[in-house]
Design a protein around this ligand. Structure first.
Ligand code: GLY
Ligand code: MN
Ligand code: MN
Length: 460
């Protein structure tokens, strides 16, 4: 691993974060970085991605490392590169060089970690080799699928309270991720007229990300079947009447994520039906962003999007009734079944490894209502939070062809009118919005989202 260059002093940022942690807990925390999973044989591995909690305090994606945090001090546990590793992996930084870069107080070989475990809390890392090691060393189950308990839960709550709002070091990285994400989307639009397959547009977009020495922050969605919410297939051909939905985000070398969706016409021109629905989704997107400011409940932002979509669909004659009543009966969710967005940070769904601990204010639980159950964030907004705003419209066959659904909503959907919009399978418009003291700042605002400018970008 090379040590990524960072503009602000990484050591100062990290020192501040661990001092803040020390103000919240009075026991040691040990955070493991994780290790690469193998693909098809041990030496052929998936790219390494360090645990986000580790990255938050250690700053660098160090494989097979751990940090022990206590009273504002950082002890680094990592092995020096083996003599043979230089042959295969080149010259690697030594333990002492890494320790200096991240401002560690002490650096020790990994084998010494077992002498420093007493009373320590931890959080499960996703890869099985690491959570097994965590469980064995700490002599209790540390499982990524199970919510943390006891002091692990206390640690989780403390870390959530820090990671919920972003410091300057984080924002510097998040702005870089946003800028490269915007560039990738522009490249995708510019490549579309020449492309025959979804895969070619994906390649143009990910090529920009790779050229910045970044990775994607999740598996890209680049599809003419946007009604499949997490479609990860890229083999479809592009037909002139199709809309292409691209949900692609860059992740910086130190793990900070972008998450943006645009939807554009393959031909370079929206049909009138596509433009009508696009403008309904855009109106919801703009109304939500205009309302973002400290103190506002994110659930209310979601309901605002739901109402705006219901209003737009009533105007188009697809839904019938009063928009507020339609939202109360979850009719909007027939076409907008997911939540308006989520926290964004080191994880694209930030801290979702902890279930809803980060997304939901203490004492709140997920609703079981059709239109609210996929809401990933339910907290009052605070300055420094970064959230996505991503309304959409989808014609999901599994929803719209369900006999119970059709009977429940038979009087509020004009099915005949809906059939005139068959060339709109899925539209989503997603931006990354920072809550500021004054209101909000859209970190991805450099990427246009109005229909005319998008058409121009495709044709230019
Ligand atoms: N890219 C996944 C999401 O938008 O939530
Ligand atoms: Mn998102
Ligand atoms: Mn997305």
């Amino acid at each position: 691993m090379l040590i990524p260059q960072t503009s602000t002093s990484l050591g100062d940022t990290l020192r501040h974060r661990r001092q803040q942690l020390a103000n919240l807990i009075d026991f040691p925390a040990i955070l493991w970085s994780g290790s690469n999973n193998s693909r098809n044989f041990p030496a052929n591995t998936f790219p390494f991605r360090a645990s986000s909690h580790f990255l938050y305090f250690a700053g660098l994606p160090l494989p097979k490392a751990a940090i022990r945090l206590e009273a504002g001090k950082l002890e680094l546990f990592i092995d020096d590169p083996s003599p043979s590793s230089a042959l295969w992996h080149g010259e690697m930084p030594t333990r002492e060089e890494i320790a200096e870069k991240i401002g560690a107080d002490v650096a020790r070989p990994m084998a010494e970690l077992e002498s420093w475990l007493e009373d320590a809390a931890t959080l499960a890392v996703q890869d099985a080799a690491t959570w097994t090691q965590q469980s064995q060393l700490l002599n209790r189950w540390v499982l990524p699928q199970s919510p943390p308990q006891g002091i692990d839960l206390e640690l989780a709550k403390a870390i959530v309270s820090l990671r919920l709002t972003h410091d300057d070091g984080a924002l510097t990285e998040l702005r870089k991720a946003a800028a490269v994400t915007v560039k990738a989307h522009k490249a995708g639009m510019a490549a579309t007229l020449q492309a025959k397959l979804e895969a070619e547009v994906r390649a143009a977009m990910e090529g920009v990300i790779i050229a910045h020495n970044m990775t994607t922050s999740y598996n890209s969605i680049v599809t003419v079947h946007g009604e499949v919410l997490h479609n990860e297939q890229y083999h479809h051909s592009l037909q002139p009447g199709d809309l292409l939905l691209a949900d692609v985000g860059a992740e910086t070398e130190t793990g900070w994520a972008g998450d943006v969706t645009r939807t554009w016409p393959v031909s370079g021109k929206f049909s009138s039906t596509q433009r009508d629905i696009y403008n309904v989704v855009l109106a919801a997107h703009d109304a939500c962003i205009a309302k973002i400011q400290p103190g506002v409940e994110y659930e209310d932002i979601h309901l605002l999007a739901a109402t705006a979509i219901a209003e737009g669909l009533v105007e188009l004659g697809i839904l019938q009734g009063n928009p507020q009543d339609l939202v109360e009966m979850d009719a909007h969710a027939l076409f907008f079944p997911h939540g308006i967005g989520h926290l964004l940070g080191l994880d694209v769904h930030d801290m979702e490894d902890l279930g809803d601990l980060a997304g939901y204010e203490e004492g709140r639980e997920r609703s079981d209502r059709f239109g609210l159950s996929y809401l990933r964030l339910n907290r009052p907004l605070r300055p420094g939070m970064l959230v996505t705003i991503e309304p959409g419209f989808y014609q999901v066959p599994a929803i719209l062809n369900d006999a119970n659904v059709r009977s429940k909503y038979q009087n509020v959907v004009n099915w005949q009118r809906l059939s005139e919009f068959a060339d709109v399978r899925g539209i989503r418009i997603e931006d990354d919005v920072l809550v500021t003291k004054e209101g909000s700042e859209v970190l991805t605002a450099a990427l246009p989202n109005d229909a005319d400018t998008i058409e121009n970008l495709i044709n230019s």
